[in-house]
Design a protein around this ligand. Sequence first.
Ligand SMILES: NC(=O)C1=CN([C@@H]2O[C@H](COP(=O)(O)OP(=O)(O)OC[C@H]3O[C@@H](n4cnc5c(N)ncnc54)[C@H](O)[C@@H]3O)[C@@H](O)[C@H]2O)C=CC1
Length: 363
Amino acid sequence: MAELEPVADKAVSYFYALLFLHHPDLRELFPPAMDVQRDRLFKALLTAARHADDAGRLTSYLSALGRAHRKYGTMAGHYPAVGEALIGALARHAPLTWGEATQAAWVRVYTVISQIMIDAAAEDERTSPPWWSAEIVGHELCGPDAAVVTLRPDQPYPFLAGQYAGVETPWWPRVWRHYSFSSAPRPDGLLSFHVKAVPAGWVSGALVHRARPGAVLRLGPPTGSMIVDHSTDNGLLCLGGGTGIAPIKALVEDVAAHGVPRPVEVFYGARRHGEFHVMDALRGLEREHPWLSVRPLVSDGPDRALRGQLSTVVRAYGPWKDCDAYLSGPPEMIRSGVDTLVGVGIPSHRIRHDSLHELLAVT
Ligand SMILES: NC(=O)C1=CN([C@@H]2O[C@H](COP(=O)(O)OP(=O)(O)OC[C@H]3O[C@@H](n4cnc5c(N)ncnc54)[C@H](O)[C@@H]3O)[C@@H](O)[C@H]2O)C=CC1
């Protein structure tokens, strides 16, 4: 991997060239533009390699990946073709380390990787569809570039507050992006996402500016482990930046629904005062539940609310060391937030956030 990393782009391009040359029928499973896809493949390989000696984590990572691939139309029979192209690309782009033994090791590793993914997909097939169709039943603009999109899935969609899902729109077929649910599961079965249109973001732009009630999206299975641990009554420290507040609001609703009061402190960062899109909902929850406290933080420009970057401000409060911590927002906020929280004494196994690799592909 060390030899490949500096030439990852070339190796991944070569991998797809080999794959589509020998199996042109597989091209239609992939999006028209391959930029994000290319990045994802290498990140997935890196993650698998990093956990190679930790069978538990490797299996749970690859099983989730195998289940998630069902929505792309991936079949067990596709894996050998991918394996051949992968070995071909590695052999060409890691000439210094490549040899008979390395090749044998990679064949062995790829066989294990693909078998775990195939088995998880087969197991999942017994209980879940590969994707859910979901009709847009509500579309509310909040500001010039953000919207709350409410969906009615065509069949029950079991998920937990704090999770996210892949979303495909009719406007960009085969382009999937991840969004966190902005509410805990509701009795009426509706789901909602809080989406911000980011520059050059195909899916987010379409969801904010083109989507209207009546349009039908596809949803992948619920994913993510940023969920409330109901086995303890530890307090919760939640940091939400921008639209990253969506799953935090869902977590608060989950604590409220569970009915066991425990302190929940939410720090909600936005660049400007007008960008606190879910503040009304959080203030409503705060009025109902004395265990909840929400602090807005404006990071840019003059304002009367608390100012500054989330992680810096959090340090000024506390103590937090006995809390379970949840972070959701821009990857940089998560990185610096984790450092801060570890610094104030919260053990890292009690700090939860979504995978930064997945977040970086949220456009
Ligand atoms: N599950 C998750 O973790 C979710 C993450 N997101 C991510 O959240 C981001 C939301 O984008 P916007 O609304 O445009 O947010 P933004 O870029 O406007 O930032 C919102 C706030 O986050 C904090 N922040 C930003 N950069 C920071 C840094 N370097 N260090 C410390 N704090 C920082 C500041 O308080 C800022 O006001 C996207 O990157 C999206 O991918 C969105 C939804 C769910």
